[in-house]
Design a protein around this ligand. Structure first.
Ligand code: SF4
Length: 347
């Protein structure tokens, strides 16, 4: 199967030329995919193309989409979570998070995830496979079609560890930037951190995209190595201090800021002693800490930290000179946590 979503204008011109068509037929396919996003995902319906050409493309296995709609969950605040099926009958989640001025798409990069973070529903299922760039991009089109507006911002914070699928991640970022016309500065790549891959990310980004202007968000979630290993078992291969050093190098190489995501877990990492420890870890590093409320899931002992602890933690970081903000959880109805809709659908 050859999915045309994710193809550049040059690629599509070449497809047209290979079938003895004029190059502008490639432009017509390009416009259909990227500029008329509410249209049907079927080659038959690109009626501006000659019938014979459409037939040939279909016979040769070309498609405009490999995903299909499975289920959706609309929260009281307008956040929309979609469950989509892949062509090999796996399920992936993506989320549209609207505000007045923005529509942020939270995308998955893998089916399942091998990182096994103890607080995460996706991690419980293990990794099935990585997604192709076309499958990553298709999630944007599904969100736009369901929400009837254009996506303005992208966060790779859905299912999977993006740095374990780095080539497809960067191919999708090329298309998001050039075809979907969303600036790299509006894209955030979130990772729990994989040894050596932060450096690889910036190097490959310069190589494939000739720039690296997206934001890197590290899911740190701990103020020391011991706590981190307890909640993220894969962290034992990558010391928290080495992560900070690699992030400093990323900032030097790219000129972009790094943010640290910190999930507030009651009794685990939410005390003032942890806030002081985190401040010491990040002292002198121009970065930003994002405190996040936890969405509780079944079969996991972690609980959401109290608002009081969250506010005290935030004030402590602020007074210690650390740039900090608090991200309120969106879509706090059922199935709000990453991987939860998929898990419940399987049940
Ligand atoms: S939090 Fe992210 S990296 Fe960790 S298991 Fe879940 S999806 Fe994977």
């Amino acid at each position: 199967m050859k999915n045309l979503t994710g193809s550049s204008i040059k690629d599509l011109e070449n497809v047209a030329l290979n079938y003895g068509q004029a190059a502008f037929r490639g432009h017509q396919i390009y416009n259909w995919i990227y500029n008329y996003r509410n249209k049907k995902k079927n080659i038959d319906q690109i009626e501006v193309l000659p019938l014979e050409f459409r037939k040939k493309l279909k016979e040769d296995g070309f498609k405009l989409s490999e995903l299909s709609f499975q289920e959706k969950n609309l929260a009281y605040d307008g956040t929309l979570k979609l469950l989509l099926s892949t062509s090999d009958n796996e399920s992936i989640e993506c989320v549209g998070i609207p505000t007045e001025k923005r529509l942020t798409a939270c995308l998955s990069s893998q089916v399942g995830c091998p990182m096994d973070c103890k607080f995460c529903a996706t991690g419980k299922e293990g990794l099935k496979r990585s997604l192709k760039a076309s499958e990553i991009l298709d999630q944007i089109l599904f969100i736009e079609n369901e929400m009837n507006r254009k996506v303005t911002n992208i966060v790779f914070m859905g299912m999977g560890e993006p740095l374990l699928n780095i080539d497809e991640l960067l191919f999708s970022i090329r298309s998001i930037n050039e075809d979907f016309k969303i600036s790299q500065r509006r894209i955030t790549v979130s990772t729990v951190a994989v040894p050596k891959m932060i450096n690889t990310l910036s190097a490959k980004s310069f190589q494939i995209l000739s720039k690296c202007q997206f934001t890197l968000a590290i899911s740190l979630h701990a103020s020391n190595q011991k706590i981190r290993e307890m909640i993220i078992p894969s962290a034992k291969n990558y010391n928290i201090k080495n992560i900070i050093e690699d992030c400093k190098q990323f900032v030097k190489d790219t000129g972009r800021r790094v943010s640290f995501e910190y999930l507030m877990l009651s009794g685990v990492n939410d005390k003032l002693v942890h806030a002081n420890e985190l401040s010491n870890l990040l002292k002198g590093f121009q970065c930003h800490v994002n405190l996040i409320q936890y969405n509780q899931i079944d079969e996991v002992e972690f609980k959401r930290a109290s608002m009081k602890n969250l506010q005290l933690f935030q004030s402590k970081l602020f007074n210690n000179g650390i740039a900090v903000s608090f991200r309120k959880s969106r879509g706090l109805d059922k199935n709000a946590a990453c991987g939860q809709l998929r898990q419940n659908s399987k049940k």
